[in-house]
Design a protein around this ligand. Structure first.
Ligand SMILES: Cc1ncc(COP(=O)(O)O)c(C=O)c1O
Length: 393
């Protein structure tokens, strides 16, 4: 009998991938499925970025690169951060990783151990909790409440810190809610963190370019007082429609950088060289492709929110970031997960049940509007029919 170590009994999963597989299997059987489950842009990677990747392969960039990434990409990341957030970071603190997920994997490995507590948003990206459990640390959910516009509450977050808390994970704009934490709340959070100088912070800003209605994204990098303990997570996946390239980047405080480099050397060695050259084209090239994608997401956001608010017993707070809507379905008479399953099996609409993002996700569904306006309209029609016919009581 093979004896895998017990920590693997605690590692979790990302149900969006399971829903994607199930939706694909149903489609393969000839079912007509509208997939609002998976969180990736439905646009192709802009052509000048693809071309840069192809050119890199033709130019012979076929070998290993430095584990932390090629210098011109690290410099491009530093320039992008300066341009977007007005903050100087040294390219020597930038690390290139195979997707944003890898930064959270590394950060949680660095701070998670039995006896330690790690604060993470709930509902939130499921890998936070999964990785915290894997390390043996205690996951402490920070409730992300609809009543608070799905923003972090500085007061509530700070109230959960104990002498055992080692890491606080912040995510804005957020998955799965689309919530953006306003400047005043971030300011209050940072102010309160002054009383906890040994607490590290992981700021997941993978949706940082995606805000709407004039809502500004404020990077935690903008606060010099926490820079010596802030890990910044970003990448190309969402902004440049590059989820399959596996390209992300992080900024590390000096004492952690070498630990991150060693984790890279011990696992993936370096990011695919051609993807790194494509990343330079993404960051240094024209940004009108990003603006065009964002304008289209904004149009769909309105369609999806208006449509959801017209469904029987459903209400949806207007999200101001990312590309997700998180409607409240608690008055439909359904629990969220059985509702998501029934919508896929019976109505042919793939969505994710809120509890897949944590216990505070009960009563909600996550819909990704990274899909065409036509498909969104079809999904809403099917949901309306389903909820009208199948509402218990
Ligand atoms: C909040 C959040 N962080 C990180 C990631 C990971 O992104 P990547 O595909 O670059 O690993 C995702 C992807 O869905 C996400 O939603």
């Amino acid at each position: 009998m093979l004896r895998i170590v017990p920590s693997f009994g605690r590692i979790g999963d990302e149900n969006a991938f399971a829903v994607l597989a199930r939706a694909g299997a149903l489609a393969a059987q000839g079912r007509d499925i509208v997939n609002l489950g998976i969180g990736q842009p439905d646009f192709p990677t802009p052509p000048h970025i693809v071309e840069a990747g192809l050119k890199a392969l033709r130019d012979g960039h076929h070998g290993y690169t430095p584990a932390v990434g090629i210098p011109p990409l690290r410099e491009a990341v530093a320039r992008d951060i300066h341009h977007r957030h007005g903050v100087e970071v040294s390219p020597d603190s930038v690390m290139i990783v195979p997707g944003g997920k890898v930064t959270m994997f590394m950060a949680i490995l660095m701070f998670g151990e039995p006896g330690a507590e790690i604060l993470y948003p709930d509902p939130g990206f499921p890998i936070y909790r999964s990785m915290i459990e894997f390390t043996g640390a205690t996951p402490v959910p920070v409730p992300i409440r609809e009543a608070n516009g799905f923003a972090f509450s500085a007061e509530e977050t700070l109230s959960l810190i104990t002498e055992r808390t080692r890491l606080l994970i912040v995510n804005s704009p957020a998955n799965p809610t689309g919530g953006v934490t306003p400047k005043a709340e971030i300011g209050a959070l940072v102010k309160g963190l002054a009383a906890h100088p040994d607490l590290a912070i992981l700021s997941d800003e993978i949706y940082g370019t995606m805000t709407y209605d004039g809502q500004a994204h404020l990077s935690l990098l903008a606060y010099p007082e926490i820079r010596d303990r802030l890990i910044y997570l970003d990448g190309a996946s969402k902004t440049y429609a590059m989820t399959g390239w596996r390209l992300g980047w992080s900024v590390w405080p000096k004492p952690l950088y070498d630990a991150a480099r060693k984790l890279a050397v011990n696992s993936f060695s370096c990011v695919n060289a051609a993807a790194q050259w494509a990343g330079i084209a993404a960051l240094d090239g024209p940004q009108d492709c990003v603006a065009a994608m964002l304008a289209e997401f904004d149009r769909r956001r309105r369609l999806v929110v208006d449509g959801l608010n017209r469904l029987p017993n459903v209400s949806c707070t207007t999200p101001t970031g990312a590309f997700y809507a998180f409607p409240n379905v608690s008055r439909t008479g359904w629990k969220a997960k059985p509702l998501a399953t029934a919508l896929l099996d019976e109505a042919g609409v793939a969505v994710i049940g809120g509890p897949d993002f944590g216990v505070f996700g009960e009563g909600y569904l996550r819909l990704s509007y990274a899909n065409s306006a036509e498909n969104i309209a079809r999904a809403l029609e099917r949901m309306e029919r389903f909820l009208t016919e199948r509402s218990p009581g």
